[in-house]
Design a protein around this ligand. Structure first.
Ligand SMILES: *[C@@H]1O[C@H](CO)[C@@H](O)[C@H](O)[C@H]1NC(C)=O
Ligand SMILES: *[C@@H]1O[C@H](CO)[C@@H](O)[C@H](O)[C@H]1NC(C)=O
Ligand SMILES: *[C@@H]1O[C@H](CO)[C@@H](O)[C@H](O)[C@H]1NC(C)=O
Ligand SMILES: *[C@@H]1O[C@H](CO)[C@@H](O)[C@H](O)[C@H]1NC(C)=O
Ligand SMILES: *[C@@H]1O[C@H](CO)[C@@H](O)[C@H](O)[C@H]1NC(C)=O
Ligand SMILES: *[C@@H]1O[C@H](CO)[C@@H](O)[C@H](O)[C@H]1NC(C)=O
Length: 473
């Protein structure tokens, strides 16, 4: 061997050593020793994180915009989106985010513990009540973060067994397990939708009371796999390695497929399924390397359930009829946008109750008509006609909240009967000339370019003042 090549070899060895030292200082790959911690740092563009063996997934703090806060999460680390697939569900703040200076530590007795800048505890992995303590943490190239017990081989806790809103290939849900939507795209607390494999083996999408968000206040299922055959019920929801999603029955044979199309090859594509904050369950794929199959360097939709959430309504159970809403709040109109995702739009003369939540309820900008003593309900339409008028919403329907129906009515008669009736909040007139009187609040509003109904909402006339129109400022 020449002197030069020997020297080169030494140089390479030295460089490799340096690389190793650098790696062990900043990044932990695959296995995380007890005592390690990560800190949320505003100043660092990329906070340190723990990586899976081939760097597919990372665990650490992520800064979430526009809310000023961090979430402890797991994400796809090799794609530009750095899409989050799991997050610690902290409950203390309205956004579920934690401040700059928060710290997550891997402890022997309690597993992962998240503390705020003042040392107060914000979240921890709930370990089973056993004597076994944690020997180390691990993160896999499938995206699972787990805690190994001292009796090595026993997994005491894992992100796969405690899913949030996302499922990854090789992850599954047992009976009574569920995914929970976020409250908003950037609000990481639990929202009001669940994907649950019930005790009876049925896989359902559920909506809860949006105010209490109590797990017991389930309103109704808006999707059901009907795998609740008592002789052979569903036993597990599987998202398998190649991207198929199905329910396996208790006899291990029968399968119910949730995906409606064959997935693209998992050799070239990442897959994920997410229960969005608006209630849509969707599977996406993303090329592992840019340029595979001419695909864009972004997530593409494989399928969604439901395909049109705006057109979904209250469930089959009578006692749950007409409760709540799906994607959009009361008096809010649902419009299906790109990728089967809904948008919501308040009608004219209505404003968002929470200006930061376009999916929330809309309230009138006027005093609504009541049937109190001040009101003259005796059919003196002339008088009321001078006070109220109609906002016209074409191609818009509100399939619930009817209390009277008139057949063979035209627009004029339909409006007139509402104007004369102090109970009437709005009327919907179909192409079939059926006129439906509605009570407030309106729910399940839908606008659709193929819609066969128009809505007329009764609103207080604006009082002209100083040349401008009155209220609504
Ligand atoms: C956050 O919530 C947890 C669980 O409810 C509680 O134990 C903890 O004291 C709270 N921390 C703060 C800072 O409010
Ligand atoms: C979802 O799972 C959580 C955690 O197991 C549980 O507390 C909650 O009750 C479940 N929700 C529903 C609606 O079943
Ligand atoms: C996933 O499920 C599909 C459909 O049942 C099957 O063809 C495929 O072999 C499965 N993939 C793996 C890795 O088990
Ligand atoms: C189903 O498969 C699981 C795991 O492979 C096995 O433990 C179980 O005994 C099987 N059940 C039946 C009814 O075959
Ligand atoms: C990629 O694009 C080229 C040129 O537009 C086309 O010929 C080819 O069929 C596409 N391949 C795939 C897999 O879509
Ligand atoms: C109500 O209508 C009756 C009969 O048209 C009329 O005499 C009365 O003044 C009205 N009352 C009010 C408060 O407008």
């Amino acid at each position: 061997m020449s002197v030069i090549s020997c020297w080169l070899l030494q140089l390479v060895l030295v460089l490799q050593l340096q690389v190793l030292v650098v790696l062990s200082q900043n990044i932990i790959i695959g296995s995380v020793p007890v005592g390690e911690s990560l800190t949320a740092q505003e100043s660092q563009q990329f906070s340190s994180s723990w990586l899976s063996p081939s760097g597919e997934f990372a665990f650490g703090f992520r800064k979430i915009k526009p809310n000023d806060g961090f979430t402890v999460s797991i994400w796809f680390d090799k794609i530009p989106d750095k899409t989050i697939v799991w997050h610690a569900q902290t409950v203390n703040t309205s956004t579920g985010l934690v401040p700059d200076g928060s710290k997550v530590t891997l402890t022997a007795d309690r597993g992962l513990v998240l503390t705020g800048p003042g040392g107060q505890e914000l979240w921890s992995s709930s370990l089973p009540q056993t004597r076994s303590s944690v020997s180390r943490g691990f993160i896999t190239d499938a995206g699972d973060f787990g805690l190994l017990g001292e009796d090595s081989g026993v997994v005491l806790w894992s992100s796969f067994a405690n899913p949030t809103d996302t499922l990854l290939p090789t992850q599954s849900i047992e009976v009574r397990g569920n995914l929970s939507s976020r409250r908003k795209e950037t609000s990481f607390q639990k929202g009001r939708f669940r994907l649950r494999l019930g005790d009876d083996g049925d896989l359902q999408l559920l909506t809860l009371n949006s105010e209490t968000l109590a797990e017991t206040d389930v309103y109704f299922p808006y999707y059901s796999s009907n795998t609740n055959d008592p002789h052979n019920p569903g036993n597990r929801l599987v998202f398998n390695e190649t991207g198929y999603m199905y329910v396996v029955m208790i006899d291990n044979t029968t399968r119910f497929y949730v995906n409606k199309k064959d997935p693209v090859p998992s050799k070239d594509f990442y897959h994920r399924a997410v229960l969005h904050f608006d209630g849509v369950l969707a599977q996406y794929y993303h090329p592992k390397r840019h340029g595979v199959d001419n695909s864009t360097n972004a997530w593409s939709l494989a399928w969604s359930e439901p395909e049109n959430i705006c057109a979904k309504r209250f469930g089959p159970y009578l006692d749950a009829n007409e409760l709540g809403n799906l994607a959009c709040g009361f008096n809010n109109i649902c419009i299906l946008g790109d990728n089967h995702r809904p948008r919501c739009e308040c009608p004219e003369r209505f404003l968002l109750v929470d200006p930061n939540d376009e999916y929330g309820d809309c309230k009138p900008d006027f005093e609504m008509q009541t049937c109190g003593p001040k009101n003259n309900q005796t059919g003196t339409a002339d008088q009321d006609a001078s006070l109220y008028e109609f906002v016209t919403l074409r191609m818009t329907n509100w399939p619930s909240g009817d209390y009277k129906r008139y057949s063979n009515y035209d627009e004029e008669r339909c409006k007139e009967t509402c104007l004369k009736d102090c109970f009437c909040g709005a009327v919907v007139l179909g192409r079939d000339r059926l006129c439906w009187k509605k009570k407030f609040p309106l729910s399940y509003g839908i606008r659709d370019e193929n819609g066969d109904s128009d809505t007329f909402i009764k609103v207080l006339k604006r009082v002209p003042s100083t040349g401008k129109l009155g209220s609504g400022s």
